[in-house]
Design a protein. Sequence first.
Length: 422
Amino acid sequence: MTVTIAPPSSKQLFSEFWWLYPKYKNKTTLIADGSIRTGKTMWMSLGFVQWGTHEFDGQNFIMAGKTIASLRRNVIVPLINRLVRLGYRVKDKQSDNCLTITFGNHTNYFYLFGGKDESRQDLVQGITAAGCYFDEVALMPESFVNQATGRALTVPNHKYWFNCNPAGPMHYFKLHWIDDLKDKDAVRVTFNMYDNPILTNKEIEDAKNMYSGVFFDRYILGKWSSSDGVIYPDFSKDKNMIDPADIPTDLDYFCGVDWGYSHYGSIVLCGYSENTKKVYMLNEYTHQYKEIDYWVDVALKIQDKYGDIPFYCDSARPEHVARFQEEGLNAINADKSVLIGIEKLAGLIKSRRLLVAKDEAKTTTDTDEDSSETFLHEIFEYVWQKVKDAPVKEHDHVLDALRYAIFEYFKERESAVETYNI
Ligand SMILES: Nc1ncnc2c1ncn2[C@@H]1O[C@H](COP(=O)(O)OP(=O)(O)OP(=O)(O)O)[C@@H](O)[C@H]1O
Ligand SMILES: [Mg+2]
């Protein structure tokens, strides 16, 4: 597939060639942060290889992403395409996760790492490298960054290249690198979406509609903002609720489960319509002081009505998940990643692609006496902790169940599409 490349914007050009600018070429570090989809990865990764190849021969380099899989997918595959077109020779020894890259009479070795892949962290200790490239550094632990940058300290003219989207203001990368540019001998370039020449105004507007609250500040405005206040600020009773009569019938059903006893437990029933591309939250079953037998009963009734649908469960109680499975329920451990789960749900709410049935919570199971409109109570009360980038653990029972359901459902759909494309 041929990709048309537009002439880079001035910030894109800078992140590729800063090491040639007389004013900056003696700096050790480049940091590019800011909005999503601005070309940071595309231009920095190319610049990194060009710099390494131009300045060194027979050296090692470190290239790191959040995981090796995401690094390969987002960075290495498009990078190799471009390098080959520019006349570089690239050998990808997948078993060693090492690229051998040759241009002219220089050959160098680029080792790939996942900052979050614990097993790779030890390996980085064995290498001496002339430079390190970190893609999405804010998603990697500081220990990994310190280890990797330490591997280059002894090589003259080594350089560090970082890019990321902002996280919270107390994040180590903000405090120890961005706020310390002088000591780190670093130059920083901040991107916004207008720095990518191929994005149309419509695409920028669409992206703005996908992110809400703190995620809007970080991913669209590119600010290191703290999470503060209500977690789902865009939820509107007018715009995110729907009359049950208006819900389409072509739904693909699934459930989320948050276990509880003294805290409320909750099962939410959702449906996705391929036609409208919207998720409908049809019902919640939220109760206190109910044993697992009760939840099995609720889930079996749902299964009777909607078939063998998935129940995406809180994995914190494996014995409950196992019990569901023993009862013939399609119980699956959900991915509980809090921030990206919230980001997904917040985006659906903002774009009005999550609609809650108006009388949900009125009809629960035949057996209950104590059903409550818990969802509506929680959605306006669920708030961020003051300093930490995490929710206050209150008013979160239905919302956790809903987050597990939605995040896991879309994750599975999206990975199914990816596999299909391959
Ligand atoms: N000058 C350009 N010409 C053509 N395509 C471009 C150009 N700049 C960026 N792109 C494309 O824009 C998209 C976003 O670029 P890239 O992934 O490098 O952005 P990013 O800033 O790293 O985003 P994120 O912060 O989300 O990781 C990619 O598909 C990339 O190929
Ligand atoms: Mg990127």
